[in-house]
Design a protein around this ligand. Sequence first.
Ligand code: AHR
Length: 675
Amino acid sequence: MNLIKSPLHGNLRANICLSLLICAGIATPLLRADTTSPVPVLQIKAGQAAGKVSPTLYGLMTEEINFSYEGGLYGELIRNRSFKANPTNAIYWSAVGNAPVSLDPAAPLNDALNTSLKLDATGAAKNSPAGIANGGYWGIPVRPKTDYHVSFYAKAANGFAGPLTVAITSADGKKTFASAEISGLTGDWKKFDATLTTKNVKPSKDNVFTITTAAPGTVWFQQVSLFPPTFNGQANGFRPDLMQLMADMSPKFLRLPGGNYLEGDYINERFDWKKTIGDIAQRPGHRSPWNYWSTDGLGLMEYLEWCEDLHMEPLLAVFAGYALRHDYIKPGPDLEPYVQDALDEIEYVSGDAATTKWGAQRAKDGHPAPFPLHYVEVGNEDWFDRSGSYDGRFTQFYNAIKAKYPQLQVIATANVKSSVPDLIDEHYYKSQEEMESQSHMYDTRPRDGKTKVFVGEWATRVGSPTPNMAGALGDAAWMCCMERNSDLVVLESYAPLFVNVSSLTPHTGSMQWPSDLIGYDALTSYGSPSYYAQVMFSNHHGDEILATDSQNIPTINWQPAAKRKNGVEQPRPAAKTVQKLFFDATRDRQSGTIFLKVVNNLGTPQPVKIEISGVASIAANGTATVLKANSRDDTNTLQEPKKIVPVTEKVKGLGTSFTRTFPPYSITILELSAK
Ligand code: AHR
């Protein structure tokens, strides 16, 4: 299937006279309308359906990176609540008053939470309370008239009568927003709960959570937790603003749990799903390969509930015996326990509660109904495994999964020879020009009818911490390509989804990976221009891909930057001609609505002639949803969260042939009513 002719017709290409500024491998066209170029023509052949739009095309991919869960989506406000983030120090905790605070592995809560925080408050008195304080993930957010749920385990040395005071205060200790008293501590571990309710205060985040006492004594703590209201009021749940941003994307699936986070740096740091279910006080937690601690409070069940909340399906990635630092298990008997773990995991997600062991465990964990499951991915980016073991590892998993669950679609993450995967997961992290220059690659990819494509991670990486308009334009060009070819590319998910933007200090800050779709701090959040491009594409498409053609598409010359290999700069690659106008068309068969997406990546207004054949008529009135910016560098931030958002307007003068001028740096979706 060739849905679009090569846009680079020789004589026309010569006519396109955009001046270029070539700097560090990036071409920037000067903002000058080219009146000599012929008007681009887009033809939509509505009589020729070129395939079906995959109903599951648009999905989500996340993992524990950039404080996506802890310090992000997962509601918990206390950082290092189980004191395992560092083996020797109670990092992110500080003492209140004159009170030595230390880790005490000799007083564990249980085998999973095998240490505790010891507060030596023997010097505490009425006028000099002693205690512990936690500043959360770059602040504890305080909102007006809000309930916060406090819980913790504690025990005390003989003679301590309490009480303890739990409170949220300003970081300087001058303002107390809410407090409560807790008594009844004994020499044995016991769980305590309290609710802190704020008054009509101003929202703020430069705050801390404290537990103090005015009575002298020694107290041990474990699993100290503070939850604000969560999405749908779910216990151990999610941050509502981030859930709403995702809900607005209408995602159809969630690729979970990663990414590198699935694999870990070493095999014992993988996402070991059996250790992430059940009572959160029994989850040991583990180090994320992004170099910080995860309590696994957001474990497998929470991922599944998140899917259910947003009406999407899990796309389950199973650990395939390879960790990031080339730690791997050879195919064969040694790999069998990992294959069994994957089968158990599939059963936990989708097995019957009455007749299967892991289905029964899921019911015990609070969810008797099985979750829908169609896709299982074996590993992540296994092309990094230079040992060549993936072929054998994949096939061992594939055979076992297909034998027990023949209905499941099994996804490979690298090319294999000894079996035929149902899908292959391809990842693309690129510059704007690279995305644009590959935006026809699937048009000519042979359809063998066997292996479909899952673009499981991709992003135009322009802009940090979140992409700017250049990123959104590269993304939109690429999404036109995926949608136009979604008979082949049946699933796609941008990555990474989240970034906590509170501290952008390299290594110790809140961001490990620049260019992420959604940014936030402890209090507020925003979607990047790329986020809004996703929202637009995901919410505006039909179920049928229409054949298209084009002429006079504008292009620029682009000089890719030279690559470095082993510290040595390689010869400059040849300059490329890169298209700057992109489009695709789909139709909703029931209503007859045609969705035409047009992406103008130039800094000049672009008149385009649109011709629609194969329909009796097109109504004169329609709508246009437009995302645009004054410059490629424009972006959204916490301070200006809605600087670039899509605007929908009514459009007149449509028909089977019309000309429309698309604004500079814009993504437009035209909805046309066809008869
Ligand atoms: O999305 C960030 C990382 O990029 C993922 O963890 C990994 O799969 C890829 O290399």
